[in-house]
Design a protein around this ligand. Structure first.
Ligand code: UFG
Length: 337
């Protein structure tokens, strides 16, 4: 059986990917420090798949802990999700971000090398494109970051590319996600942000369940369909399935590939809000505010490469994304506990 180590496997995208991996017949080993998640997710994965993955509560900064995982298990490939991910926090605490996301990741790559495991799928982000010159965004567009979080994603990409150039036995897939939203159709796993959410859909979800009063729409004077920001929202289950295709590809090829994972369609903030209103059957209040510093007008993917190289394409539409988010929110008003 092919054995995959998933770092950050109890997190949002990580947990959905573990479910898909198990359902495709892979053996999954999860490593997570539970900084931003809970081990209850392991029970939820078991409820969905019938399999409880082997779990190591280990921090990437603990290199001996990483070695233990590789000593005790023969790992065929790694999917690396673990990392801090809040843009605003990264501006406040850059050193924490560089230590965790860069030094921690280097530990992982060192240990992979030591144990001869040379296949990795890395969780990157469309944030590496900064403010793109045009849309849809293709993988060969220039890269540029505007905050330490984004820089840690780009630096990891560069480090992994260099590793693969120095040793051609490596396979590195750099998956650049657009905006993952939604939840597993079972309602058992989904996104659980810490504190007041920064991202659009988790915020709307809390307006819908009455925990927050109204949505603050960050600006309506962008050059878009209705003046509000446009993004490429992708269902987290589609994203997870993209990882399965990426692992399959990595197991049979060598070299480095950068691949966008998005739907290729953009929706404005108000379009998402209205789709969510339909999903929850309520009118959701909002107020137009000033632009949020650092935001761009429009961002969506050119998805040709993912289709051609991986044979992958997103299936879910915006209504299902909102529906599954709302279903998860209703079923888990206090998060995954
Ligand atoms: N928005 C609001 N109100 C809110 C939250 C968001 O109007 O309360 C708007 C934003 O202005 C933007 C859109 O909704 O137009 C999406 O905002 P998000 O914060 O959900 O997502 P971003 O596109 O800003 O950022 C996301 C991830 C980052 C990642 C980036 C890369 O959060 O981690 O995509 O594409 F780097």
């Amino acid at each position: 059986m092919t054995r995959i180590l998933v770092t950050g496997g109890t997190g949002y995208t990580g947990s959905h990917t573990c479910v898909e991996l198990i359902q495709e017949g892979y053996e999954v080993i999860i490593m997570d420090n539970l900084y931003n998640s809970t081990d209850v997710v392991l029970n939820r994965i078991e409820e969905i798949t019938g399999v409880k993955p082997k779990f190591y509560k280990t921090d990437l900064l603990d290199i001996e802990g990483l070695r233990t995982i590789f000593k005790e298990n023969t790992i065929d490939a790694v999917i690396h999700f673990a990392g801090y991910k809040a843009v605003g926090e990264s501006v406040e605490k850059p050193l924490d971000y560089y230590e965790n996301n860069i030094a921690g990741s280097i530990n992982l790559y060192q240990v992979m090398k030591e144990f001869g495991c040379k296949k990795i799928v890395f969780s990157s982000s469309a944030t590496v494109y900064g403010d793109p010159q045009s849309v849809p965004i293709k993988e060969d567009f220039p890269v540029h970051t505007t905050n330490p979080y984004g820089t840690t994603k780009l630096m990891n990409e560069m480090i992994l590319e260099d590793i693969a150039h120095a040793d051609e036995e490596w396979t590195v897939l750099l998956l650049r996600y657009f905006n993952p939203i939604g939840a597993h159709p079972s309602g058992l796993i989904g996104e659980v942000p810490n504190g007041i959410p920064n991202n659009l859909v988790p915020y709307i979800a809390r307006v819908a369940n009455g925990q927050l009063e109204y949505l603050r729409v960050w600006g309506n004077d962008y050059p878009t369909v209705d003046g509000t920001g446009v993004r490429d929202y992708i269902h987290v289950v589609d994203l997870a399935k993209g990882h399965i295709k990426a692992v399959e590809y990595a197991l049979h090829h060598h070299g480095v590939e950068k691949i966008n994972l998005g739907t290729g369609k953009g929706y404005s903030v108000l379009e998402v809000l209205h789709a969510y209103e339909k999903a929850c059957g309520k009118e959701l209040p909002y107020q137009i505010m000033e632009r949020r510093p650092g935001d761009i007008a429009t961002c969506y993917a050119d998805t040709t490469k993912a289709k051609e190289l991986l044979g992958w394409e997103a299936q879910y539409g915006i209504d299902e994304m909102c529906k599954t988010s709302w279903d998860f929110t209703e079923k888990n008003p206090n998060g995954i506990v």
